[in-house]
Design a protein around this ligand. Structure first.
Ligand SMILES: [Zn+2]
Length: 314
């Protein structure tokens, strides 16, 4: 199958923005781990056709991946993502012999227990066009890379080692792993949504029609360095401030009072007698405008990276 950006972009945008539990202060790993476990079963030839039964094999694979990425009070409860992934609109769960899915929109109570899912011989099914992508070994590899970059960048190598048998064929000579086309668009859509299309430096917000926005999504630690597409490694900026940050003239830096950080400027490289530079200098000490959800505030290590490079770059 020819895998092009038009196949990919809409799926990546949804997979980069899986519906989440808004009560918590941290992003739960369950849904992306379930997806990684299913990709692994596919690689091992265990799944055939667009049917993902709730089996011991799936549970144990899920727990293996989960053990790598869990943090805080995360519990390896596969029944939750198996059921609630239905809310993302590309996955449905059926009990054996039933044509009505278990999860119905607007009528979702608690998830069935694992024992109930086993007893019902529950089976999950993907949207056909996503399934077509997942059925292609190369696309599957790219999909896994994208999920890891978005949700678990700090665990990339451990997760890769868990699936080591299947990764080698399409790794390039340099060890670079291939990423799917449309990855940038998915990062952009997620970050701009969280910042409500507003520049985190000057606050400008220009939204034309639904999608066309003047504001850009910038990586705090560049993707080439971090392979990190998590929204906490991103910030929305207008083109001017994006350019100035990437030129290390300004930087969002850690601050004890502002949780999103404050802007600092490179005083040695900016001159307040020059008009364009005067505008950049006026940012000094201003707070970084925060994203809508506190769980996606800029990561402290990403702010420190920017602070370090502001002074190194002379
Ligand atoms: Zn701006």
């Amino acid at each position: 199958m020819a895998v092009t950006e038009s196949n990919w972009a809409p799926w990546l945008e949804r997979l980069y923005d899986l519906r989440r539990d808004k009560r918590g202060s941290h992003e739960r790993p369950h849904k992306p781990v379930l997806l990684l476990a299913i990709l692994d079963l596919l690689d091992r030839g265990i799944l055939r056709g667009n049917q993902v039964p709730f089996t011991e094999e799936l549970e144990s694979t899920f727990r293996r991946f989960f053990a790598v990425v869990r943090s805080r009070d995360d519990q390896p409860t596969i029944e939750h993502p198996f059921y609630f992934l239905s809310g993302d609109g590309f996955w449905q769960v059926f009990a054996a012999g039933q044509s009505e899915p278990l999860y119905r929109k607007g009528f979702a109570g608690g998830a069935p227990s694992a024992a109930q899912l086993r007893r019902k011989s529950a089976t999950g099914r993907f949207d056909e066009s996503l399934w077509a992508l997942m059925s292609d070994p190369m696309a599957r590899h790219q999909l896994r890379e994208a999920l890891i970059a978005r949700y678990f960048p700090e665990h990339h190598d451990q997760l890769a080692a868990l699936s080591a048998r299947q990764w080698s064929p399409d790794r390039s000579e340099s060890g670079e792993t291939l990423l799917p086309p449309g990855r940038d668009a998915a990062f952009r859509k997620t970050v701009l949504g969280l910042y409500d299309h507003r520049c985190a430096a000057c606050g400008v917000r220009v939204l034309l029609k639904s999608q066309l926005s003047l504001v850009e999504a910038a990586h705090l630690i560049p993707f080439s360095v971090s392979r990190n597409d998590r929204p906490t490694n991103g910030v929305a900026l207008c083109p001017n401030h994006h350019w100035a940050m990437d030129s290390f003239l300004i930087a969002p830096c850690p601050d004890s009072r502002s949780r999103a950080g404050i802007w600092r400027i490179n005083e040695r490289r900016l001159d307040d007698r020059i008009e364009g530079q005067r505008d950049l200098m006026s940012l000094a000490g201003k707070p970084v405008l925060p994203p809508r959800e506190t769980m996606y505030l800029p990561a402290p290590e990403a702010l420190r990276w920017r602070e370090d490079h502001l002074t190194i770059a002379d």
